[in-house]
Design a protein around this ligand. Sequence first.
Ligand code: HEM
Length: 414
Amino acid sequence: MAHSYKPADVLDVEIMGDERSMHGLFDHLRESDPVAWVEDAEYRPFWSLSKYDDIKRIGSQNDRFLNAPRTMLLPSEAEEMLEQQFGTKNGLETLIHMDKPKHLKLRRVTREWFLPRSIAKLDEEVKVLCKEYVDKMQDMGGECDFIKDITLLYPLRIIMSILGLPRESEATMLKLTQEIFGPLDPDLQRDAGDSDEQMGTLFELGAFFKDIVEDRKKNPSDDLATVLAHAEVDGEPMNELDQMSYFIITATAGHDTTSAVLGAGMKALLEHPEQMTLWRDNPDLDDAASKELMRWVSPVRHMLRTSTEDFELRGKQIKAGDALALWFPAANRDPEAFDKPNTLDITRDPKKHLAFGYGEHMCLGMHLAVLEVARFYRELLPRLKHIELAGEPQWVQANFVGGLKSLPVKYELG
Ligand code: HEM
């Protein structure tokens, strides 16, 4: 059924929480109003950008377009409440909430840790975990919920491991991060619309990490938690809020996103079986295929930037202080940037997609995320004799980090 979309639909989590309507909306905006002014009763107004070139250009000019003070779309009421409690509109002070010079100093603290040569050291552990989860699929006897049973758990295990956290804490971490990232989804909400409850989630997560810092100060090891526990900025120990925020961004940014690519990636492969076969038969395509799934799924739907100056974009007058939403899934399906954007093609240029953003804030964990997806499918695909949908896929209702919450599948594994 034809749908008449309007710019404010980017705030409608039912439209945004389903790939078909989300891309229908973005196709419409890209063609009719690629720099759209959005006004809504619950949100402060902002510009909505849906063209690849605009999103790349604005994302990479970090001196002109700032991450503070408005980093993601939140209802004005929530922004006011966070400002009262924390003194910032975001509640947290993580890397994505800050700008130079602090951003560069804090990013430097873990830079080494996330470089490809450091991530390569995790390869064996990642492979062991991939085998464990594909074995689990096999043990489940040919039917599972690919999201709930597999993809939500495997990337979480990796993050827990790099943060040096025990398996026993996994259930708590999963619950808390889902509540932070999926707060608009009735299935994942702690208490619909109750901002006190969301604050409770943040405090609980903070307390969780505080214990780890205390432990690593006494018992250093080579994990990322130890790097954060001993981190210094300008010759002083990193302050507590920065430290907690760092734990929270690493823990949360690192698993829901990767889970989403693995999960919705499987749906894409089921819809493009010839690509699944091509990938299975060509291990040299592991890297490119993983990046094509990043493009396809683009689980981080948007980030906001605030303009420092008046300027004109596609005939629209942007003012200093205006917020601009960069819609990464829209950029990644722009026909001016990608040939046949709605076709999954694991042989396309793997560097071009914007699923990890662009510029100085480009995803810190991107090499790890690509490795996780590549290794998982390299373990799964050659063992997979057959796979098909066994029920209706269900999407998370969210406009910040999106993905599937359920993907029932039937399969035969060897
Ligand atoms: C499929 C997986 C992932 C996707 C699609 C993704 C996407 C993104 C995006 C779009 C940004 C913001 C970029 C910008 O504003 O220009 C970001 C930032 C970030 N990501 Fe990821 N991410 C993924 C996995 C991970 C993993 C595995 C980790 C860590 C373990 C991670 C850690 C971070 C951090 C710390 C930032 C903030 C960087 C900064 O502001 O300097 N991400 N990511």
